[in-house]
Design a protein around this ligand. Structure first.
Ligand SMILES: *Cc1c(COP(=O)(O)O)cnc(C)c1O
Length: 353
């Protein structure tokens, strides 16, 4: 049974009116806020240099609420081509109905990005780092460009959450809390970091749309915070080791891992392109034993996500993503064991041809 409340009660008329009019601080209904939510936000805000953080009931609701809060009819947004599918859908399917247009661009090329800026461009939307290609856009240069044109920089930081501080470069940093923070709990959550002067409208949007996290889930996620740094370290250790090992395999054409060259460990997501043809990719995936097959990541277990099992090849190529891309998530598993598994799956696959 939940122990927390949804309505909160008052001592008298004056107190109630003062809180509901917004003249004094207080809780009145969990969709608007709760002590558990405030406690999680107070703890989370320490993780980055932003003034404020608001917690939502999923990463997607954090992203959607932010976009609905800051964009207006007539606005134009420049969006990184290779972003999380559901986030892309907001720009493709929902915002156009409100007169908000998006262009999907290759953000690794600053000149190309600048060439796409229109008089009514309002924001640049990024993913740092991209959860598919694991590339990190040059946020410093993009910030300078945005300042020159008076644009907002909004980014999904889910895949680098807890590993890097982005506050000097971003106006809004959204993250899923369902991944690294939730770990193995199975909880969903999201958060948006921003400055004090931007928080009020976003808070009203959250309360109105009802994208607030429930008090019990806030409490459970807050309980995950103390172990986060240590889990991050274990996961990164596996991730970097696995990425380094993959590089040595003949069947691998390309390995994608942030900062692989300077051997800095950043999380457990590792993407790779294999020299497969015909049905080899399918056979290889089906031959893996140590990885669960599916989407998502962030807990202790290894997961493999073949991109073509999630998106059609023509969709991937329009995003500039090779259809053979396979995303691995190592969890906290031993990198050598995972590499052995990849090798045995490759051996079996090759022997079939
Ligand atoms: C999972 C994910 C999201 C969405 O988060 P949910 O909590 O599942 O709604 C957004 N962006 C990225 C990069 C993700 O991996």
């Amino acid at each position: 049974m939940p122990t927390s409340q949804s309505p909160f009660f008052f001592e008298n008329f004056e107190q109630m009116q003062s809180v509901l009019y917004g003249d004094s601080e207080g809780y009145y209904y969990a969709r608007d806020g709760s002590p558990e939510l405030t406690a999680l936000e107070t703890a989370l805000v320490q993780l980055d240099g932003f003034d404020r953080v608001l917690v939502f009931n999923s990463g997607m609701s954090a992203i959607a609420s932010t976009l609905f809060s800051v964009l207006n009819s007539g606005d134009h947004v420049l969006v990184q081509r290779e972003i999380y599918g559901p986030a892309r859908l907001i720009f493709e399917e929902y915002l156009p109905a409100f007169g908000i247009r998006a262009d999907f661009v290759d953000v690794s090329n600053a000149e190309q990005l600048e060439a796409h800026i229109l008089p009514f461009t309002e924001a640049i939307y990024l993913e740092v780092l991209s959860s598919f290609t694991l590339c990190v856009p040059d946020v410093k240069t993009i910030r300078q460009l945005a300042d020159a044109y008076g644009l907002l920089v909004i980014a999904d930081i889910s895949a680098s959450f807890g590993y890097a501080k982005w506050h000097p470069y971003l106006d809004f940093a959204m993250t899923s809390l369902s991944k690294y923070l939730a770990g193995d709990t199975g909880l969903l959550g999201g958060a948006v970091f921003c400055s004090q002067d931007r928080v009020q409208h976003l808070e009203m949007t959250r309360s109105t749309l009802g994208t607030t996290l429930m008090p019990d889930d806030a409490l459970a996620l807050a309980n995950q915070l103390p172990g986060l740094a240590e889990r991050h370290q274990q996961i990164s250790h596996s991730g970097l080791g696995f990425a380094q090992g993959l590089r040595n395999l003949n069947a691998v054409i390309d390995v994608m891992y942030p900062r692989l060259d300077d051997k800095t460990a950043v999380g457990g997501l590792v993407s790779a392109i294999f020299d497969f043809s015909g049905g080899q990719l399918v056979e290889f995936i089906n031959n893996l034993r140590r990885f669960r097959l599916g989407v998502s990541w962030g807990g202790s277990i290894p997961i493999v996500t073949p991109m073509t099992a999630a998106y059609r090849p023509e969709v991937l190529s329009s995003w500039g993503i090779d259809h053979r891309l396979v995303r691995f998530y190592t969890g906290i598993a031993d990198a050598a064991e995972l590499l052995d598994d990849v090798e045995q799956a490759l051996t079996k696959t090759n022997s079939l041809h």
